[in-house]
Write a protein that binds this ligand. Sequence first.
Ligand code: SGN
Ligand code: CA
Length: 522
Amino acid sequence: MLLMLVSPASALAQQAQRPNIVYIMTDDHTAQMMSCYDTRFVETPNLDRIARDGVRFTRSYVANSLSGPSRACMITGKHSHKNGFTNNEHGIFDGSQQTMPKLLQAAGYQTVLIGKWHLVSTPTGFDYWEILPAQGDYYNPAFIHMDGTQSADSGYVTRIVTDKAIDWMDHRDKSKPFALFLHHKACHRIWLPALEDLTLYEDKTFPLPPNFHDDYATRQAAAATEMEIGKDMDIVYDTKMYVDSLTPRTRLSDSYLRMVGRLSPAERERYDSVYVPMSRAFYERWGTDTDFLPHQSESSREGSPAAELLEFKYQRYMRDYAKVVHELDIQVGRVLDYLEQQGMLDNTLVVYTSDQGFYMGEHGWFDKRFIYEESLSTPLVMRLPAGYERRGDVTEMVQNIDYAPTFLDLAGADIPADIQGMSLLPLLRGKNSPKQWRDAIYYHYYEYPAEHNVRRHYGMRTDRYKLVHFYGHDIDAWELFDLQTDPHELHNLYGQPGYEQLQRDLHRRLEQLQIQYDDPQR
Ligand code: SGN
Ligand code: CA
């Protein structure tokens, strides 16, 4: 009989060799603003590095396109109705439930969370955490520590969060594998850039997306929203057109001043040296009574004042967002460099994703929430540990409820039966796709009434079609899109002659998904 003896020391070595997980998640970063997904807008060489050396998911979706709910889906591997955190406004995450970080911990991983949390309750399942209060601040941000105290750090949030993460990795217990949840505030509204990046992109004119001028005909819920760049983006708060002596103080300008007011006098001077001259030129052109600015709804005929203002707001929005992405890209590069220098890259799964996608002018919008492509999608690129052969594009439909089972699978831990997502490891292990994969993903958004006025809806996306139901006491509207012939989702086909059979089939599939995921709302 052959007796295999494993000494405690070698068991320990084996433990330590299980792959680490560096799970970088940003806020509101969308694939249109990553050069490995879309070359129209910005350059993100470090994010592209992850995709180039690993995989890029081309059909990566969220289950509920909003920060808190999305994060709750990720750490539980369950849809919102199961993890209980359906919306930001009334939610408080029940941290006593089963979560992926807790299960990783039980499997012998060190777990750490740095940055945005946004689940209201105190984080559970982490050996160490340091989080931003609520949405956090870009400048000289405060952090909440494990003992409940708060203190502010000096500098720019994206850099500080990265510094803390690298510092933690440097001082960790090296006998164990780790899972680092590195969660940025960037690129959340109001897109305040690092002081080093203030002038970046100011000479660039960004192209308009093809569905920028959407009249929302046939889509009742889309027409009712308050997230249009033209009518809802605020000139002072969002586009930063503020001069002390000129701009009237409003609730939103007060919020803006509170955010930039975190800068020291010298920093503020540097900030103002870029934004104040721009603002002066703006008020010279338009006058100082912003209530009388032309609105997109008036008429955005080419050459009209409304069209000029709309274009101005779009360019300001794109430039500021791009500046924030630039710093993010640099900081992700620092993490990759650190892992490389430490010889850890080949034993680490590096994941880069966001809590949802975002509209960069598609449908004339900013913000997210809808099941329409740009916010249903979220960027997802991964650098794989040794032994995982897949490279290039992964085209299967994946969803953020899949991260929990994926990480558990990678850690060699059991995946509890009540987890609703699927481990992505079968997609990553070999050079090719597995034969069987899901044919549809399910989505449910709840936050209404709320900011941006997006109605509650649930729906499903298959490879080619999307079926959506907007519901509420005064709305009962269905939408159907053929993404192959209408990738910009402008033509609602629901109820149109010729689509009866398809509609019936999609209804049946949607109902099956609601039964499979046990969603009581149907
Ligand atoms: C804030 C923003 C909204 C945004 C939500 C949710 N307003 O309320 O524009 O939709 O967060 O964003 S702000 O004036 O406070 O910036 S989420 O990503 O956190 O869900
Ligand atoms: Ca978000």
